[in-house]
Design a protein around this ligand. Structure first.
Ligand SMILES: C[S@@+](CC[C@H](N)C(=O)[O-])C[C@H]1O[C@@H](n2cnc3c(N)ncnc32)[C@H](O)[C@@H]1O
Length: 249
């Protein structure tokens, strides 16, 4: 496993969260990603390439590697990347994971290169202008049959400095200080339907959720997007798997 230092690291805000025995964000991949990987499991498309941006301690990276992807895990947290390496070794997944200590704003995304582009709560950790640039490069990097999965914190989050979250009395995440760019209602959806994004939305949701995976229990406002390339209509997604045909006697 290789660790490339491609930018000057800033202090590791997430060090404590990733240093604990009970690693922040847990071991299970984020819910919608897990559901997608389950649904695609019976439809092997060869070993794909994935990039996990803001990979943290690797819950999504590990699930992608276990599903057969060769994963590049990018994060600024040296401790998070070290925990990914540990967890990969425990699961025999070392050969499928390459960690890169880098700022997502400075990472190269070769066009049409990745079969999975993942960004679980990182576009909200960079400025709105930087998020726009990274977003476009993420979209351009997606292969013709790949999928893109993005989660961001929204202004519904009790940690948000904007309404309605700033009026919430629900508990705030211990790591809310790292979120600097809360997404407005429909903002992520609007980015996804832009012509330049060249995507087709499979699933989009804005929701409040409780988080028990780190620190004291707290609430989040999230937007969650699952998309593929415009014009790609995989027969295995959605209706047949989730709503199977009645058996005919
Ligand atoms: C809320 S955590 C999410 C971690 C992981 N995606 C998960 O869901 O378990 C956000 C992560 O983004 C990373 N991060 C924040 N800004 C970043 C940047 N500019 N470049 C790379 N990683 C960044 C942090 O170090 C942290 O690990």
């Amino acid at each position: 496993m290789l660790i490339n230092v491609t930018s000057t690291p800033s202090p590791d805000y997430f060090f404590d969260a990733y240093d604990r025995d009970d690693i922040a964000y847990g071991t299970d991949p984020s819910g919608s990603l897990a559901a997608y990987l389950d649904q695609t499991a019976g439809h092997a498309r060869g070993a794909g390439r994935a990039i996990d941006l803001g990979a943290g301690a690797g819950r999504d990276t590990l699930a992608l590697a276990a599903a057969g992807y060769a994963v590049e895990s990018v994060d600024l947290s040296e401790r998070g990347l070290a925990r990914i390496a540990e967890r990969a070794a425990e699961r025999g997944l070392t050969d499928r994971i390459r960690t890169r200590m880098a700022d997502v704003c400075h990472v190269d995304f070769p066009p049409s290169h990745y079969d999975a582009v993942i960004a679980t709560t990182v576009l909200d950790h960079i400025s709105a202008a930087a998020a726009e640039q990274v977003w476009q490069r993420m979209c351009d990097a997606l292969s013709a049959t790949g999928f893109l999965y993005v989660q961001v914190h929204t202004t519904e989050d009790p940690g948000s400095d904007q309404p309605p979250g700033n009026a919430s009395s629900e508990p705030v995440s211990e790591t809310a200080g790292a979120v600097i760019n809360y997404f407005r209602p429909n903002q992520l959806a609007a980015m996804a339907v832009r012509e330049s994004s060249n995507l087709r939305i499979l699933r989009y949701e804005e929701r409040l959720e409780w988080d028990y995976t780190h620190g004291p229990e707290h609430q989040h406002g999230k937007a969650v997007l699952l998309a593929v390339r415009a014009g790609f209509h995989p027969h295995w997604y959605g209706q047949p798997a989730a709503f199977p045909r009645r058996s005919v006697s």
